[in-house]
Design a protein around this ligand. Structure first.
Ligand code: SF4
Length: 494
């Protein structure tokens, strides 16, 4: 997976910088609270929400258990409908395939070396825009928030609302300064009125929709039984990219397959309510291969692995592959609300990013090793997840991997991960606790000694200042241990 932001510090440092930004905190708080409140109301409308959630979880688990079978079924159906399927083991291979396909589609026409894009996490994950740019191909984002991010030379900070960290005034400034160098300039006298900003984006994008020969998308779902791809969105830009260009290239993670249309029905109810708090998405685009005289005449599907098979091999961690990218977990997370998405150093921020990125990329880097700790383990993410991913369970599992090291599968091979540095004191403390709990007599003697000397115990953890221990006092040792109290009052009776 190549979606690491180069030069990004590990989460604690990045978050420390982010929480000092008062404007960012204000923007995030306002946006996440607004979305989460709306989501709660939309979900409460459905009496069978819990059953839908359980069904979504079961469908995803069943699909992941037989992923090989469903992917082959999908390939067969897409091919029969006139599409071409490509398999990409990693980001590099996916980028190479897409670049080749774009060049083949536009030929020698240098003016046409451009693509219009539907918002897609998978293409961000593989760094497709940068790979195309290196080959002289311009990739234009057409989702409004992605456009803001692209024009502002910025990075997305939320799965659903990539420019959540920007307010209206900042967006107006970006449009005024940058639109002209990417195409049609913003109108003179543009204000921060949302309708005016949307109109400026609409006019700017329209000429790109009408001109581009190639569209690039991801997909929310792929239906194996018919080879149908599904994109849900709210702005209509996706519909333009999926229907106007002559060639359509879709880059989709292999976990996005669902076996049947009946299975799809569950997610078309849970996804919009969990993400945008809508009963259904304003635009649901579905296409199956190609159709003569209607829409793109050439369709390529690039199936992306990039660490997913390795994730599937982990019995605890594989549940992250159920994710339907609704972003509900981000909007309820107290850590995300304060630190924002950039602090996670990955295209997948928030609670899902904290468990997905270290699995797709491995825990070898400082950034990835820090992500499983980017959580208070409060469990709010699990409560709202429409496919019941137990994010706290996976976080604890990954913390264990970071501390203990061990063996994992990478590109089909077993590799050893070294234990993380910097946890020596914790490891020593745990070893000491294990020994004490294994030796009851020594534990009892230690407790009595601690009780007798309790008046001279320090009130804080000794050692150099630490952000956590500096603000907390150590609990007082009681005058009598529970065991001694039990012995004294009950005479050892069970
Ligand atoms: S982990 Fe669950 S709540 Fe978070 S984005 Fe994925 S599906 Fe949505």
């Amino acid at each position: 997976m190549s979606g690491t932001y180069l030069g990004m510090p590990a989460f604690p440092k990045a978050a420390e910088d982010a929480v000092r930004n008062v404007t960012l905190r204000g923007n995030l708080r306002h946006a996440t609270h607004t979305i989460r409140d709306k989501r709660a109301k939309a979900v409460a409308e459905l009496e069978d929400w819990d059953r839908l959630r359980a069904a979504g979880k079961d469908i995803k688990d069943r699909t992941l258990r037989h992923l090989d079978r469903y992917l082959l079924q999908l390939e067969e159906a897409v091919t029969a409908a006139g599409g071409t399927v490509h398999w990409a083991a990693d980001a590099e291979e996916a980028n190479r395939i897409v670049t080749y396909l774009v060049k083949a589609a536009v030929g020698s026409d240098i003016e046409q070396r451009e693509v219009v894009k539907v918002k897609s996490m998978a293409t961000q994950e593989i760094g497709l825009n940068e790979a195309l740019e290196a080959e002289g191909i311009a990739a234009y984002e057409t989702d409004l928030a992605e456009l803001i991010v692209q024009l502002g030379d910025d990075r997305p900070s939320h799965i659903l609302v990539p420019a959540i960290h920007r307010n209206r005034g900042e967006i107006r400034d970006i449009f005024e300064e940058k639109m002209g160098s990417w195409g049609r300039a913003a109108p003179a006298g543009l204000t921060d009125n949302p309708a005016e900003l949307a109109e400026a984006a609409r006019v700017h994008l329209r000429e790109k929709f009408l001109r581009a020969k190639v569209g690039v998308s991801g997909a929310n779902f792929m239906v194996a039984e018919t080879g149908t791809l599904v994109v849900v969105e709210s702005e209509g830009n996706g519909r333009m990219c999926l229907t106007l260009p002559e060639t359509l290239i879709s880059v989709v993670g292999i976990e996005k397959v669902v076996p049947t249309w009946q299975d799809l029905e569950v997610f078309l109810q849970t996804l919009p309510r969990s993400s945008t708090a809508e009963r259904m998405n304003p635009y649901t685009s579905m296409w199956t291969g190609t159709t003569d005289g209607d829409g793109p005449q050439t369709f390529h599907l690039v199936l992306l692995d990039n660490g997913r098979t390795d994730t599937l091999a982990d019995e605890v961690g594989r549940q992250a592959l159920r994710c339907i990218r609704c972003s509900a977990c981000l909007n309820v997370c107290p850590v995300y609300e304060r630190a924002g998405g950039h602090a996670y150093g990955s295209v997948y921020p928030g609670p899902i990013g904290a468990i997905l990125s270290p699995q797709l990329r491995g825990t070898g880097s400082e950034v990835d090793a820090s992500l499983p700790y980017a959580s208070s383990l409060c469990g709010a993410c699990y409560d709202v997840c429409p496919v019941a991913i137990d994010i706290p369970e996976v976080l604890v599992h990954l913390r264990e991997r970071v501390v203990e090291g061990g063996e994992v599968t990478r590109n089909g091979e077993r590799v050893t991960i070294k234990p993380a540095k910097g946890h020596a004191v914790e490891r020593a403390a745990m070893r000491a606790a294990r020994w004490a709990l294994d030796h009851p007599d020594a534990l009892r003697a230690g407790q009595r000694l601690a009780s007798r000397t309790r008046r001279i115990h320090p009130k804080r953890l000794p050692g150099p200042g630490h952000a956590w221990s500096d603000t907390r006092t150590l609990p007082e040792v009681p005058a009598e241990s529970f065991r001694d109290w039990w012995q004294r009052t009950r005479g050892g009776a069970q």
